[in-house]
Ligand binder design. Structure first.
Ligand code: NAP
Ligand code: ZN
Length: 348
């Protein structure tokens, strides 16, 4: 066992505080990673505050992890000391199920989340990237392209893949009109990816306060949803709407913005059920779907795409002792556009 230092939520109502815990001794197929940076995802806040009702404490959040390989087990073949690597939202999955071959392991039972879950023994809690190192099976470690700065690449491991995967699945590309709802950590990555894939991109944000940024990142159009005129002007416009919002919004109003056969994809995860009227779907054969992160194979494909296109996240770097203030700013939509913790700030 090696002692890890990090920050943990000890209870849903308390701020995160310094925390030490054990990481397992590396096994033959493990990679030991010195964590350099970790992104702050809104899911970290939902879970640290038990907003999804499935939290166990103490919890070290963090699933947008990048770092440098410190050691490898004897059977590891793809990584060596000094490699630049990443770890996303899960660190193990079902290896026996036949559908594993579909590269959709994120949707199968047996998925082991990077934190707020249990190892496949069902007993050892997993702890995430708000910490100085992590031990992960080789098969769940990603390579970070050499040309991407490590700090701005961290959010690709969750925010990046969560938008890349549905944009690919619903075939965003030339001739497709795509709307991204919410210009936050996930949303701003959606704008970059949809633009790079060749789609016509519209941002639907609460106000026009981030319009200049949105257009710079690749949006063709930018509308404020606090203006009722937006819903009249854009009625029946989009092939695909990806919604990153976790708050209660007027779902039916957004659905009317889809064309015939349009798809509305939820990636944001509100606390409460989503009320949808049949008349928002039926008269235009519209669909509403959900999408969750991406497989390891697709995450590597996304990272390679980022390497080719020079895509990273827009970040604000913080010390780990600033994490509780950062959570409050994320909740207020006051971050441009992802906080990333510099792990050098963990004191010995
Ligand atoms: P975030 O940075 O807080 O972004 C969310 C955006 O939603 C905000 O920037 C804001 O955009 C908009 N928003 C906030 N409050 C709103 C309100 N009351 N009404 C309308 N819009 C509002 O969060 P994130 O890290 O991108 O995560 C977003 C959601 O996705 C969270 O629920 C998270 O748990 C979930 N998530 C899902 C997956 C998955 O696999 N499906 C993966 C990661 C995260 P504007 O300021 O532009 O309005
Ligand atoms: Zn996340």
């Amino acid at each position: 066992m090696a002692i890890a230092r990090g920050y943990a939520a000890t209870d849903a109502s308390k701020p995160l505080t310094p925390f030490t815990f054990d990481r397992r001794e590396p096994r033959d197929d493990d990679v030991v990673i010195d964590i350099k940076y970790c992104g702050v995802c809104h899911s970290d806040i939902h879970q640290a505050r038990n907003e999804w009702g499935n939290s166990t404490f103490p919890m070290v959040p963090g699933h947008e992890i990048v770092g440098i390989v410190r050691a490898v087990g004897s059977r590891v073949t793809r990584f060596k000391l000094g490699d630049r690597v990443g770890v996303g939202c899960f660190v193990d999955s079902c290896t026996t199920c036949a559908s594993r071959d579909l590269d959709l392991e994120q949707y199968l039972p047996g998925l082991v989340p990077t934190y707020n879950g249990f190892e496949s023994d069902g007993q050892t809690p997993t702890q995430g990237g708000y910490s100085d190192h992590i031990v992960v099976k080789e098969g769940y470690v990603l390579s970070i392209p050499e040309n991407l700065p490590l700090n701005a690449a961290a959010p690709l491991l969750c925010a990046g893949i969560t938008l890349y995967s549905p944009l690919r699945h619903w075939k965003a590309g030339p001739g497709k009109k795509v709307a991204i709802v919410g210009m936050g950590g996930l949303g701003h990555m959606g704008v970059k990816f949809a633009h790079a894939m060749g789609a016509e991109v519209t941002v639907l944000s609460q106000s026009l306060s981030k319009k200049e940024d949105g257009l710079k990142l690749g949006a063709d159009h930018y509308y404020a949803t606090n203006d009722p005129e937006t819903f009249t002007a854009l009625a029946g416009r989009f092939d695909l709407i990806i919604c990153t919002v976790a708050a209660e919004i007027d779902w039916n109003a957004y659905l009317t913005l889809l064309k015939v056969d349009g798809d509305f994809v939820l990636v944001g995860i509100p606390e409460n059920p989503v009320p949808v009227h049949a008349f928002s779907l039926v008269p235009a054969r519209r669909s509403i779907s959900g999408s969750m992160i991406g497989s390891i194979k697709e995450t590597q494909e996304m990272l390679d795409f980022c390497g080719e296109h020079g895509i990273v996240s827009e970040i604000e770097t913080i010390g780990i002792d600033e994490i509780n203030g950062a959570f409050e700013r994320v909740i207020k939509s006051d971050v441009r556009y992802r906080f990333v913790i510099d792990m050098a700030s963990i004191k010995a």
